[in-house]
Design a binder for this molecule. Structure first.
Ligand code: XMP
Length: 188
């Protein structure tokens, strides 16, 4: 365990086992639909890389970069679509993959853009973690790895100041970052 990590909430083995379950369910649900898997940069990339390798239906892979953090560990409330797919998604099935669902602003903005602007016909969402907090907007994920309490978590794509994304587990840090003050996540 990394010395700055106070507690491991989900081990690497547990995460991988859960991803295999999610991949199986998603494959069954989206089989024959030629889905676009839309990984949200940067945090959703780790889950996406593991998830698509558990899926046995054909997939296309694309990326979007969305930021809702303007500073601090609390969402700024503004969602900026920094990079979004250029390919034609009209009529397509799209699975949005992100690391964590927190206020919900990020997923809400991405789903709205896909449906309303890009005219995707079926938009689903998958997150590794669902933070059990009141949402700022009305959105829930279709596929959820685990539920977590209201604490700042790192690892498996999730960062503090750009660090810890490569940890194979999800953990809570010692010190100020753990409680939501001090340090901040990078954009995405
Ligand atoms: P919203 O609030 O839009 O947040 O649902 C989604 C994005 O916010 C980041 N986020 C976190 N990053 N630990 C992190 O490292 C956390 O506990 C956390 N909560 C939210 C993350 O980038 C996510 O995609």
């Amino acid at each position: 365990m990394h010395e700055e990590v106070k507690e491991v909430l989900f081990t690497a083995d547990r995460i991988q086992a859960r991803i295999r379950e999610l991949g199986g369910a998603i494959s069954r649900d989206l089989s024959g639909r030629d889905p676009v898997i839309l990984a949200l940069l940067k945090g959703g990339v780790v889950l996406t890389a593991d998830l698509i390798r558990t899926m046995d239906c054909p997939v296309h892979l694309d990326f979007a970069w969305v930021s809702s953090y303007g500073g601090g560990t609390v969402s700024s409330g503004r969602v900026e679509l920094k990079v979004f797919p250029k390919e034609d998604l009209s009529g397509r099935t799209v699975l949005v993959v992100d690391d964590i669902l927190d206020t919900g602003r990020t997923l809400r903005a991405v789903v709205d853009e896909l449906r309303e602007t890009l005219k995707a016909s079926d938009v689903r969402t998958c997150v590794l973690l669902d933070k059990e907090v009141p949402r700022a907007v009305d959105v829930e994920a279709d596929y959820v790895g685990f539920r977590v309490g209201d604490q700042f978590v790192v690892g498996y794509g999730l960062d503090l100041d750009g660090h810890y994304r490569n940890l194979p587990y999800i953990g809570v840090l010692h010190g100020p970052g753990a409680g939501g003050a001090g340090g901040r996540p990078e954009l995405g």
